[in-house]
Write a protein that binds this ligand. Sequence first.
Ligand code: MV4
Length: 448
Amino acid sequence: MFSKVLIANRGEIALRILRACKELGIQTVAIHSLADANAMHVRLADESVCVGPNAAKDSYLNIPSILAACQITGADAVHPGYGFLSENARFARILEEHKIAFIGPSAHHIEIMGDKIQAKKTALELGIPCVPGSAGAVTSEAQAKETAREIGYPVLIKAAAGGGGRGMKVAKTEAELSVAFSTARTEAKAAFGDDAVYMEKYLGKPRHIEVQVIGDGQGNAVHLGTRDCSLQRRHQKVWEEALAPTVPMDQQASIGEICAAAMRKLKYSGAGTIEFLYENDEFYFIEMNTRLQVEHPVSERITNFDIVYEQIRVAAGEKLSLKQDDVEYFGHAIEVRINAEDPQTFAPSPGKITYYHPAGGVGVRVDSAVYQGYNIPPYYDSLIGKLIVHGRTRPECLQRLRRALDEFIVDGVKTTLPLFRRLINEPDIQAGNYDIHWLEKYLEANKQ
Ligand code: MV4
């Protein structure tokens, strides 16, 4: 096992990783920017190193500086958390070359899944169902037209280097294809420095459902069930549930097993998430994320399994501690993301938290790194905490969420808490009846 882990992240996820390290008896090193000198992750770690100024590109993304921090402190592993360097194959490779473990998949697996065309080819070969589309890159307008005729309109043109929703263009008819194709390529080039695009059938009202997996790189892998993350705004998730509320149990088991079997074949190491669109009772692979995700706690809650603890174990070369038969589901869990944002406009609301009273009690978990008196800096994302609630059933979980939202107080900055207090009363939310467009339509219809 590692003796010292450097946590290359900040905020609630840095704390989450710190807690797992402490339970494993591992020493911790926090890194931080100038702005984060007083942050909770710095206070709770055994050691800390300032790696640069406020901007993330100069601190949390500063590879030479982070590498120096590893060497100064003698850390033998790095946990990247999510965002920042978590899916940077070059960083994983540099650590490897310096005999420092990257707590995550191999640079090779990060690379395969980072290229969305290669990821889809890999998924198809592994027997994962995909959205009908082009066999690979589409390089000419003529080829785009031919592909669209095969799969049928509407079609979606996606950037190979994209993901997370950037650089997508819909064409509803052949008349729209030429403009969609050329703008998709131009935007892909501008955003990612790579104009490679591919095509898919456009699904009009899917849910976003993903499967949590974890492997040990030795051919063992399990899945920990599904999450429905359809409630999002501008590709930022705001509410996540496990298991996905509308998928029948036999289909939950079959899509999960397909994913776990694929990870065994790949000899995948670490935590991962396989993302699907779910429409007309069918799963269609879109992307794979080769990292721990923000919403991992809902899967932890329903399986009683510590994903971060296991990430560290497998990165240290240990075998996966459980088999698929050991994975059981207990009740229902929901996470809501508490952002320091205006609940109507979503404009960031940095500043000092003048009063902080988190919810508590049975079935409630709060993952947050803020405290009363903490000054939220304006330089990073606006997530200040996650409220995770559990119930034996979904209705019980919703009732507990309502109770927890009533208890939660954050004063001094605007937060998304009032949005959740409204959402919980919506019949569609109560019925689990929502797709990826539901929230944006709701916000548009309920502007004040
Ligand atoms: C799609 C799609 C419809 N049809 N692919 C957006 C983010 C990226 N991960 C994939 N995305 C989509 N791909 C096909 N073939 C609709 C989306 C999409 C979306 C997906 C998941 C969650 C929210 C979304 C919001 C808008 C569009």
